[in-house]
Design a protein around this ligand. Structure first.
Ligand code: ADP
Length: 748
C-alpha cells in the first residue's frame, strides 16, 4: 500500500515545492534547437533583406546612369538644333567664321569631353563640287578638297568642324556619303527632319593609335523658306546637316565618371547579343554568381536604341555595410542560444536536484509518519494491555473495600496504598493514550456550558488526600459568583488535577499549595501556586515539551513521564485558552496559570456528582447483565454490582449473553467487546434487533477508548462506551441514569 501511494505523494510534494512535472531533461536541448532555428531564420531574413536593399541601391544607380546618358544626349541634340537655327535665321549664307564663333559657345571638348567636334556638312551636287571647293578656299581653307575621289551624285563633305585640332582637320572635306552607314543615317535625318544618330562607325578623325568607336548625330538644315511638309519637299529643300561626331569611349567615360565606380557598364547599340558594343567600362565584370544582379536598360536616343548593361563589381557587394549584418546577427544568435542553453541546463539540473531532495524529504516524512503511527499503535496497544489487568485490580480493590471485613489498620492502609498506586498507574496509562491522541488531533472535546467552580472544586478534592499525606497546607480561594465557561468538564478537571498533583509532588513536606479561581479582565483564571522546588528560568518553556523534565532523577522517583504539562497545555489551547508557568527560580516555588475564555451564558450548575458512588445506599432494584469472558473480571463486577444493590445476571461468552439478554430482558447489559467467537459488537447487534432502544441500556466495556472505537460501538447499537478499567463512579452514574429513566415507565 505504501509503494502504491508513494508516486502520488511524490508528485504532490513536488507540486507543493513548485517543481511541476518531472525532471524535464529535454528542455535545454529543445531551447537550444529552437533558438538556433530562430537564429537561422533571422539570418536568412536579414540576408534576403540585405540582398533586396542592395538590389534597390543598384537599380537606383542604374536608373541614375540611364537618366544622365539620356540628358547628355538630349543636350547635344539641343546644341545641334541651335546650329540649325543659326542657318535658318541668317539672311546671308553662314561662312566658316560665323560658324566657328557659334560653335565656340558650346565649349566643345572642354565642357563636353565626349563630343569630338561641332560641325556642318554642306550638300554639294556633283557638278557644283569645284565651285564649292573654291568657295572654301576663299573662306580660309586653302587646301580644302572633297575626298575620297570618285564621282558620286551628291557629296556631303565635312565642311566646318570645330575645334580645329589635328583630328578634326584630318576630317575636313571627307565626303560622308561615301560611306554607307553615314549616308543612310543622313538620309533618315533628311527624310524625318529629326536629329538622327548613326550606328557605330570609325571616325575619320581616328588618326592615331587610340582608335575608338565613333557615332555621329545629324540634324538636317533646309533652305530657309522652302516647304518641308513631305519627304519630297524635305529632300528638295536639304542644304546640309549640323552634326557632331562622338568618340564613344570619351563620351561615356565623361558621363560615367560622376557615377558609382563599383558598377561596371556596357553600352550596346541595339541588343547586347546582336548589337555593336559601344562602350565597355574598364572594370572587371562581376563573377558569374553575381550576374543575377545585373540589370539591362534600354534607351531611345535620336532614333536608335541603346542598351545599357550594369553589373555590380565585387566591391559593390562587399562595401555594403549591410553584408556584415548577416554574420553579425547569426554570431550573436548562436552565442545567445548557447548562453540560454547553459542557463536552462543549469536550471534543469537544479530542478532535478530539488526533485531528488523533495523525494528524499517525502520519504523521510513517510518514515516519520510510519514511525509515529507505529508509536501511536504501540501506545494504544500498551494502554489496552495495561487496562485489562488494571480493571481487574480496580474491581478487586473495590470489592475488598466494600466488604467491610478489614478491621486491621495495616490492612486498611495497605488497601489505600494499593488503591493509590493503582490510580497512579491508571493515570499514567490514560495520559499516554491521551497525549498520543492529542498529537494526532484525535481528541474531540465534549463541550457543555458549565460553571468552572464545579470543575475547580472537583480537581481540588482529588488533591486533598495527597497534600494531607505530605503534611502540606492546601489553600483554596474560589469566587462567590459562577464562572461560565464552555468546555469539556472531564478534560478541564484533568488539567487542574495535573497542575495540583505536580504542585504537591514538587513541594516538600510541610509546604503550601494554593489553588485560586477568579474572573480577571473577562477571563476565567485558575492559578496553582506552590512553595516547592521551583523551576529554573531557562526550563520554563521546555517543561511543556513532551517527555521534558527538569530533574530526571527526581521525576523518576516521583513516577512522572514528562507528559502531563504537554497534555494540559494542549487541552487548554483546544479550549481557546493558555497555560503558563512562572517561577522566581530554584527553591522559590512555582505558579501555573490557566486562562480560559468565559461565555455570557449563565450555565446551569454542572453539578458533577463527586464520590456519590461511595455511598452504600442501595439503589432501586435494576436488573443488570454482565457479559465477560474473563472469570475474575466477571465475578468482581458481579459482586460490585450486587453491593450496589442491583439484580445481577452474567454470561461468559457472546452467544450465552445474547440468550440471557433476550430471555431475561435485563434493564442494563454490560458487554465486553473482546469476547471469543462472537464479539461484543455482534452481541449488541443481535440484542438490538429484538429489543427496542428504550427497553434496555447497552453498555460497551472496551480496552480501546479511541473516537473510532466509540463510533463503532454506537453503530452496533450500544448506548454507552466505557473504557477499561471501568471507573466505579462512571459505572454508577450510568446505572443511576438508567434507573431514573426506568422510574416513570409503567411497571411491566
Ligand atoms: P512529570 O510527569 O514529570 O511531572 P509534567 O509534564 O507534569 O511531567 O512536568 C514536567 C516537568 O516540569 C516535571 O518533571 C518537573 O520537572 C517540572 N514541574 C512541573 N510542575 C512543577 C512544579 N509545580 N514545581 C516544580 N517543577 C515542576
Amino acid at each position: 500500500m505504501l509503494s502504491e501511494s508513494e508516486p502520488v505523494e511524490q508528485t504532490a510534494t513536488r507540486r507543493r515545492l513548485g517543481l511541476g512535472f518531472g525532471r524535464r531533461a529535454w528542455v535545454p536541448y529543445a531551447v537550444l534547437g529552437l533558438s538556433l532555428l530562430a537564429t537561422a531564420l533571422v539570418g536568412r531574413f536579414i540576408a534576403a533583406t540585405t540582398a533586396e536593399v542592395q538590389r534597390l541601391h543598384f537599380e537606383d544607380a542604374a536608373s541614375a546612369v540611364v537618366r544622365s546618358v539620356a540628358e547628355r544626349m538630349q543636350t547635344y541634340g539641343v546644341a545641334l538644333d541651335a546650329g540649325v537655327g543659326l542657318f535658318a535665321s541668317s539672311r546671308t549664307p553662314v561662312d566658316a567664321d560665323r560658324f566657328e564663333r557659334f560653335a565656340r559657345q558650346f565649349g566643345v571638348g572642354v565642357r563636353h569631353p565626349g563630343i569630338q567636334g561641332y560641325g556642318y556638312t554642306h550638300t554639294v551636287p556633283a557638278d557644283e563640287r569645284e565651285a564649292f571647293e573654291a568657295r572654301l578656299h576663299r573662306e580660309g581653307y586653302p587646301g580644302f578638297r572633297v575626298w575620297p575621289n570618285g564621282r558620286r551624285g551628291t557629296y556631303q563633305p565635312v565642311t566646318y568642324l570645330f575645334p580645329q585640332d589635328a583630328r578634326n582637320r584630318a576630317a575636313l572635306g571627307y565626303d560622308m556619303r561615301s560611306q554607307a552607314t553615314r549616308a543612310e543615317t543622313m538620309d533618315r535625318a533628311r527624310d524625318t527632319g529629326q536629329a538622327v544618330l548613326s550606328e557605330p562607325v570609325v571616325l575619320v578623325q581616328e588618326i592615331d593609335e587610340d582608335v575608338q568607336r565613333g557615332i555621329l548625330l545629324y540634324v538636317p538644315v533646309y533652305r530657309p523658306g522652302a516647304p518641308t511638309e513631305t519627304v519630297e519637299e524635305r529632300r528638295a529643300a536639304l542644304e546640309g546637316f549640323v552634326y557632331a561626331p562622338f568618340r564613344a569611349e570619351d563620351l561615356f567615360e565623361g558621363i560615367f565618371e560622376q557615377q558609382p565606380s563599383n558598377v561596371s557598364y556596357s553600352v550596346y547599340d541595339g541588343e547586347p547579343g546582336s548589337g555593336a558594343l559601344l562602350y565597355q567600362s574598364g572594370h572587371v565584370t562581376g563573377a558569374p554568381d553575381e550576374l543575377e544582379l545585373s540589370l539591362v536598360r534600354s534607351l531611345d536616343v535620336a532614333g536608335r536604341t541603346w542598351t545599357l548593361v550594369f553589373r555590380p563589381e565585387p566591391q559593390f557587394l562587399k562595401s555594403s555595410a549591410d553584408m556584415l549584418l548577416v554574420p553579425l546577427s547569426v554570431g550573436i544568435g548562436v552565442i545567445v542560444s548557447f548562453a540560454l542553453f547553459f542557463l536552462v541546463l543549469r536550471e534543469t539540473r537544479a530542478r532535478a536536484r530539488a526533485i531528488d531532495v523533495a523525494t528524499e524529504l517525502q520519504r523521510s516524512e513517510q518514515r516519520l509518519r510510519d514511525a509515529s503511527r507505529a508509536k501511536d499503535e504501540f501506545l494504544a496497544m500498551l494502554g489496552h494491555e495495561l487496562r485489562n489487568p488494571l480493571a481487574a485490580t480496580r474491581s478487586a480493590l473495590e470489592v475488598l473495600r466494600l466488604s467491610g471485613d478489614l478491621h486491621d489498620d495495616d490492612a486498611v492502609a495497605a488497601l489505600a496504598a494499593a488503591e493509590r498506586q493503582m490510580l497512579r498507574q491508571k493515570h499514567l496509562v490514560d495520559d499516554l493514550l491521551d497525549v498520543s491522541r492529542v498529537s494526532r488531533g484525535k481528541i474531540a472535546l465534549r463541550r457543555e456550558d458549565l460553571d468552572l467552580r464545579a470543575v475547580f472544586a472537583e480537581a481540588v478534592e482529588t488533591a486533598r488526600a495527597p497534600a494531607r499525606e505530605k503534611s502540606q497546607q492546601l489553600e483554596v480561594v474560589a469566587p462567590a459568583q459562577p464562572i461560565p465557561v464552555n468546555g469539556d468538564p472531564t478534560r478541564l478537571v484533568q488539567v487542574l488535577q495535573n497542575l495540583l498533583s505536580n504542585a504537591v509532588k514538587y513541594t516538600p513536606e510541610g509546604g503550601t499549595v494554593t489553588a485560586s479561581l477568579a474572573l480577571e479582565e473577562g477571563q476565567a483564571v485558575a492559578r496553582v501556586r506552590d512553595t516547592g522546588i521551583g523551576i529554573p528560568s531557562e526550563a520554563l518553556d521546555r517543561i511543556f515539551e513532551l517527555f521534558a523534565q527538569v530533574d530526571t532523577s527526581l521525576a523518576r522517583s516521583t513516577g512522572g513521564l514528562g507528559i502531563g504539562l504537554t497534555l494540559s497545555r494542549r487541552l487548554v489551547e483546544m479550549h481557546g485558552g493558555t497555560l503558563e508557568a512562572h517561577s522566581d527560580g530554584p527553591g522559590l516555588g512555582s505558579e501555573f496559570v490557566v486562562r480560559l475564555p468565559v461565555t455570557d451564558r449563565v450555565s446551569s450548575p454542572a453539578s458533577r456528582e463527586r464520590a456519590d458512588w461511595e455511598t452504600n445506599g442501595r439503589d432501586q432494584s435494576l436488573r443488570v447483565l454482565v457479559v465477560e469472558d474473563n472469570d475474575d473480571a466477571r465475578s468482581l463486577s458481579e459482586r460490585l454490582l450486587r453491593r450496589w444493590g442491583y439484580d445481577v445476571m452474567s454470561a461468559a461468552d457472546g452467544e450465552r449473553g445474547v440468550r440471557v439478554a433476550l430471555e431475561e430482558r435485563p434493564d442494563v447489559a454490560l458487554v465486553d467487546i473482546g469476547l471469543p467467537n462472537m464479539d461484543g459488537f455482534e452481541v449488541a447487534r443481535r440484542i438490538r434487533s429484538e429489543v427496542p432502544l428504550d427497553q434496555m441500556v447497552l453498555v460497551a466495556v472496551s480496552g480501546y477508548g479511541r473516537e473510532e472505537d466509540r463510533k463503532r460501538s454506537a453503530e452496533a447499537g450500544f448506548d454507552q462506551h466505557l473504557t477499561k478499567p471501568v471507573e466505579p463512579p462512571e459505572l454508577r452514574r450510568i446505572l443511576r441514569e438508567a434507573t431514573a429513566a426506568r422510574r416513570p415507565a409503567p411497571p411491566a
